[in-house]
Design a protein around this ligand. Structure first.
Ligand code: NAD
Ligand code: MLT
Length: 520
C-alpha cells in the first residue's frame, strides 16, 4: 500500500478504502517533514511547504507530488523531474474563490473597509473617508488566465472598462470576454484606475511592477495583488503609497510568507490585507483536496496525463496512447542492438498524427535509458537525464506518410555506428516494421536475436540448428534483405536469451556478420 503525506490544510474527503494510506499532517514543521519524507510515496502540499532540492534529496521513495492548487513556484520542478517524480496540480479547483477574493480586496481597498473597521474598533466614528466608485472606471488585468478572466467578468458586472496585458493568450480569449488586450504593459498601466495581477511567479513576472510602473498608473489608482508576493515589488509599493501617488492597495500574498510582524506594508493605513486566503473557502478546499488526492493516486498507478512536469498536453497524450509504448520499445531495442557509446538520437515522425507526437520522442528517451540506469527512469525524468549525459535528442516531423499511415523512425548514433528501427501501431499494438532500412514486420515484445548476414542459402538453418542444440526455442522469424544475394537481416524471436557461449558460436558462423540480442 502506498503512503501519502499531506502537509498543508485541505479537505481530502473519504480516505478509507483507497489503495494508499494517507497521513494528514497540516502545518507539519519543515524539520519533521525532512525527517519523515523518506517513508512516503507521495507528498501533497499547498503553497506553504517548500519542496526544494534538500527535501527531494531525502525523499528516496517519492514518486508523486500533488499540489493542491495552481502555483507550483514552491516546488523545484527541475529537481523533481531529474528524480522522475511526477508533479500534478489542480489548477481549476480554486479559480472562483481566488477571483472572488481579489475582487473583494479591490472593493475593500477602494472603500476603506478595513481602515474604517479598525477605527471603529478603536472607538473612532470617522465618516470623512471618501472612497472610489467602480462605475465607468478602467480595470487593468495583468495575466488573463483562469483567475484573470473571472475577475474580468466580475468587473464587467460592475460596469467597468477592462483592459488586459497577457502576451501568451490568443486575442480571441480577450474578445470573448469583451476585454481590450494590449500589446504593451505600459499602455495598460497608463490607462488603469485599478490594477490587478494574475500571473504566476516566474523569472519574467518577479518584480515586474516596480516604482516606475506604479508611477505610470494615473494618480489615485488602486492596486491589488492576490497572485504571488513579489510580482509587485513590496518596497516600491510602500514608497509610492507614502508619496501619495496611489489611493490604496489590497494584498493577499507576500514575497516571504508569513511576513515579519513589523513588515511596513502590513501596518500601512492604505493597505488592506489577507493572509494568502485566495483559495481558502470551504468549497474550493473540498474541490482541491478531493481532486488532488484522486490525481495523486492515479499518478501512483501510472497515469501521467496530469503531470505538469512532463510537458505534455493531457489530451495529446491520450490521443497518442499506442505510440508512446512503441517509442519506448524502439528506444529499448536500439539501445541493446547498437554498439558503442551513445551520442545522439533522432526521432522522425512520418504521416499525420492525431496530436503532436513529442511525447513519443520522450518515450524513446525513456526506452534508451531504461537498461542503463539502475534506479530506472520514467517519462518525466527521461529527457533531463538524456541531456545530463550529453546525448542530443532531435525530432523531425514529416507530414508525408511512408508506407504506413503513421510511422516512427528512430536513428541511434554511437561513436562506433548508426542503427535505425522503424515502427508503427497496428490494431493498437506496437509493431516493428524495419531495422537498418530492411523492411520486416514483427511484434515488439519478448526476446529477439537481430542477425545481419549475407543472403546465401542455409544461414537461417545453421542458426536454427545451433539454437536448437542449446535448447533455445524459436517463436518467430522475420526476414528482410536489400537484394537477392546481397546483405540481409533477420529477426528471430526466441523464448529465452541464449547464453553468451551460444551467441559466440552464432557469430562465428561464416555467413553471419553479427548477432545482437534485445529483450523488450
Ligand atoms: P493561469 O495559468 O490560468 O493564468 C496565468 C496567466 O498569466 C496566463 O494566461 C499567462 O499567459 C499569464 N502570464 C504569464 N506570464 C505573464 C507575463 N509575463 N505577463 C503577462 N501575463 C503573463 O493561472 P490562474 O489559475 O489564473 O492563476 C494565476 C496565479 O494566481 C497562479 O499562478 C497563482 O500564483 C495565483 N493564485 C493565488 C491564489 C491565492 O490564494 N492567492 C490562489 C490561486 C492562484
Ligand atoms: C494556489 O496557487 O493555488 C494558491 O496559492 C492556493 C493555496 O495554496 O493556498
Amino acid at each position: 500500500m502506498w503512503r501519502v503525506l499531506v502537509t498543508d490544510e485541505m479537505k481530502l474527503g473519504r480516505t478509507e478504502g483507497l489503495p494508499a494510506a494517507v497521513d494528514y499532517r497540516p502545518g507539519m514543521p519543515r524539520e519533521e517533514i525532512l525527517e519523515a519524507i523518506g517513508d512516503y510515496d507521495a507528498l501533497i502540499t499547498r503553497s506553504r511547504t517548500r519542496v526544494d532540492a534538500e527535501l527531494l534529496a531525502r525523499a528516496k521513495r517519492l514518486k508523486v507530488i500533488g499540489r493542491g492548487g495552481v502555483g507550483v513556484d514552491n516546488i523545484d520542478l527541475e529537481a523533481a523531474s531529474r528524480r522522475g517524480i511526477l508533479v500534478v496540480n489542480v489548477p481549476e479547483a480554486n479559480t472562483r474563490s481566488a477571483a472572488e477574493l481579489a475582487f473583494g480586496l479591490l472593493l475593500a481597498a477602494a472603500r476603506g473597509i478595513a481602515l474604517s473597521d479598525r477605527k471603529l474598533r478603536a472607538g473612532e466614528w470617522d465618516r470623512k473617508f471618501l472612497g472610489r466608485e467602480l462605475l465607468g472606471k478602467t480595470l487593468g488585468i495583468v495575466g488573463l488566465g483562469r483567475i484573470g478572466s473571472q475577475v474580468a467578468k466580475f468587473a464587467k458586472g460592475f460596469d467597468m472598462k477592462v483592459l488586459a496585458y497577457d502576451p501568451y493568450i490568443p486575442r480571441s480569449r480577450a474578445e470573448k470576454l469583451g476585454v481590450e488586450l494590449l500589446d504593451e504593459l505600459e499602455d495598460l498601466l497608463r490607462r488603469s484606475d485599478f490594477l490587478t495581477v494574475h500571473t504566476p511567479l516566474t523569472e519574467e513576472t518577479r518584480g515586474m511592477i516596480g516604482r516606475r510602473e506604479l508611477y505610470l498608473l494615473p494618480r489615485g489608482a488602486v492596486v491589488v495583488n492576490a497572485a504571488r508576493g513579489g510580482i509587485i515589488q513590496e518596497e516600491a509599493l510602500l514608497e509610492v503609497l507614502n508619496e501619495g501617488h496611489l489611493f490604496a492597495a489590497g494584498i493577499d500574498v507576500f514575497a516571504e510568507e508569513p511576513p515579519k510582524k513589523d513588515h511596513p506594508l502590513i501596518h500601512h493605513p492604505k493597505v488592506v490585507h489577507t493572509a494568502h486566503l485566495g483559495a481558502n473557502t470551504a468549497e474550493a478546499q473540498t474541490r482541491v483536496g478531493e481532486e488532488v488526492l484522486k490525481r495523486v493516486i492515479a499518478a501512483l498507478e501510472g497515469e501521467i496525463a496530469y503531470a505538469i512536469n512532463a510537458g505534455f498536453d493531457p489530451e495529446a497524450f491520450r490521443a497518442l496512447r499506442g505510440f508512446v509504448p512503441l517509442g519506448e520499445r524502439l528506444g529499448k531495442l536500439l539501445a541493446q542492438i547498437t554498439r558503442g557509446r551513445v551520442q545522439a538520437v533522432e526521432v522522425a515522425f512520418f504521416g499525420e498524427f492525431e496530436a503532436d507526437p513529442e511525447p513519443v520522442a520522450t518515450a524513446v528517451a525513456k526506452g534508451l535509458l531504461e537498461r542503463v540506469l539502475s534506479e530506472g527512469v520514467n517519462l518525466i525524468a527521461a529527457r533531463p537525464l538524456l541531456k545530463e549525459r550529453g546525448i542530443a535528442l532531435s525530432v523531425r516531423k514529416v507530414p508525408e506518410a511512408q508506407g504506413y499511415t503513421q510511422l516512427v523512425e528512430v536513428r541511434l548514433q554511437t561513436d562506433k555506428e548508426e542503427r535505425t528501427a522503424r515502427g508503427t501501431v497496428l490494431g493498437g499494438q506496437p509493431r516493428l516494421v524495419g531495422i537498418d532500412g530492411y523492411p520486416l514486420e514483427s511484434v515488439l515484445e519478448g526476446t529477439f536475436l537481430v542477425c545481419k548476414n549475407y543472403d546465401r542459402p542455409g544461414v537461417v538453418g545453421q542458426v536454427g540448428t545451433l539454437l536448437g542444440e542449446a535448447g533455445v526455442n524459436i517463436a518467430g522469424l522475420q526476414l528482410g534483405r536489400d537484394r537477392p544475394g546481397g546483405k540481409a537481416l533477420f529477426v528471430l524471436s526466441v523464448d529465452e536469451r541464449p547464453e553468451e557461449g551460444v551467441l559466440k558460436s552464432l557469430e562465428a558462423l561464416e555467413l553471419l556478420e553479427r548477432v545482437d540480442v534485445a529483450e523488450l
